[in-house]
Write a protein that binds this ligand. Structure first.
Ligand SMILES: Cc1cc2nc3c(=O)[nH]c(=O)nc-3n(C[C@H](O)[C@H](O)[C@H](O)COP(=O)(O)O)c2cc1C
Length: 334
């Protein structure tokens, strides 16, 4: 069994140390471990061209990205190959690193297991045997642990955003660790309790995988959402009858408070199928995309005429010319 550790933090600093400690735990539990520093990689941001989705859903291919000359394929291969992931990120502006978000955008929705399952089904129904199709390793049951490290308690969007990474790949998150007040380089080595927690997390990711993801126990902080343990619940007043929405898995419910002022997010049993954590919720999302946002309105053939005044309005300010395929060296500005 292979465990991949990804640190999105500084070279040899707190996130990397936590991820490596977790990998030591995973190794102790019998796994083969690998580690990468996302900062060593050059990942171009998604341009939103949707070629990957068109390739997957309409051309019956593997969901290939058209962007070239970066390191995305290397990480794609490592993620497809692993059986479990330990994903660590420093917290920047209450969120994980922007580089991780770039990687996420390059993967979802073309790597979303829901999309890939439908794509595979279409290939089978049409009897298509040529070309690659979605990578069969996408469908492996996998486990994940998420580790966010911050210098304060400005952390609200960190683990939820990282949870979306696991959600895309249908990885079962068996642990989440949030570390606050760790700012100075390598200072986490003074916190034996936090290192022990990371070690346990790595072990647990392997043990849960070995037991089978359906029997996986979640050992992180309980959180509010009964589906994904997220603590970030958004209130959308007007969305009757359920104004409370989980920030990660999108399941809807209501908030209540007990006599001590403790808040609970209540989700009815019958509404859990709509969680985007489950394939049922993902398939619903695909259907609503097809029915609503991807359905051309009447008269769509006139769309370019309608948009003409915006195309002709203002010339965008361009950056200085540079070689777009060039990779910045450490400390160097392109
Ligand atoms: C650009 C930037 C923004 C940051 N924003 C936050 C923040 O919003 N919340 C927080 O808790 N820490 C914040 N920090 C502190 C880092 O999360 C903290 O130093 C962490 O240890 C960095 O991880 P590393 O040691 O693995 O690089 C920020 C640091 C940087 C460089």
């Amino acid at each position: 069994m292979k465990v991949l550790g990804i640190s999105c933090g500084r070279r040899m600093s707190n996130t990397e140390i936590m991820v490596k400690e977790a990998l030591m735990g995973a190794e102790e539990a019998g796994a083969e471990v690998q580690f990468l520093r996302l900062q060593d990689y050059y990942i171009k941001p998604c341009t939103g061209c949707n070629s990957c989705v068109v390739d997957l859903m309409e051309k019956h291919g593997g969901g290939a990205c058209v962007l070239k000359n970066d390191d995305f394929p290397v990480i794609d291969e490592l993620i497809m190959d692993c059986d479990a992931l330990i994903l660590g990120s420093p917290i920047y502006e209450k969120s994980p690193s922007g580089q991780l978000k770039s990687l996420q955008d390059r993967m979802g929705p073309s790597h979303d297991v829901g999309f890939r399952m439908i794509a595979q089904k279409i290939r089978e129904e049409k009897g298509i045997t040529t070309g690659k199709g979605p990578d069969p390793r996408s469908f492996k049951p996998r486990t994940a642990s998420l580790i966010a490290v911050g210098g304060s308690e400005w952390d609200t969007l960190a683990l939820p955003t990282m949870g979306m990474f696991a959600l895309t790949h249908q990885m079962t998150v068996v642990d989440q660790i949030l570390i606050n007040w760790i700012g100075l380089p390598k200072v986490v080595t003074f916190h034996e309790d936090k290192l022990a927690r990371a070690h346990r997390s790595g072990k647990h990711v392997v043990e849960s995988y070995n037991k089978g993801v359906d029997n996986a126990e979640y050992i992180g902080e309980e959180g509010l959402c009964p589906m994904c343990h997220c603590k970030l619940i958004e209130i959308r007043n007007g969305h009757d009858p359920y104004p409370a929405v989980c920030g990660v898995c999108g399941v809807r419910g209501t908030l209540t408070t007990d006599a001590d002022g403790k808040v609970f997010f209540n989700v009815k049993e019958e509404d859990r199928v709509h969680s985007h954590l489950l394939l049922s919720g993902k398939f619903e999302h695909l259907q609503e995309l097809a029915d609503v946002s991807l359905k051309p309105p009447v008269g769509y053939e006139t769309v370019n005429d309608r948009a003409k005044k915006y195309r002709d309005y203002l010339t965008p300010i361009k950056p200085p010319a540079r070689d777009k395929g060039e990779k910045a060296e450490e400390g160097e500005e392109l």
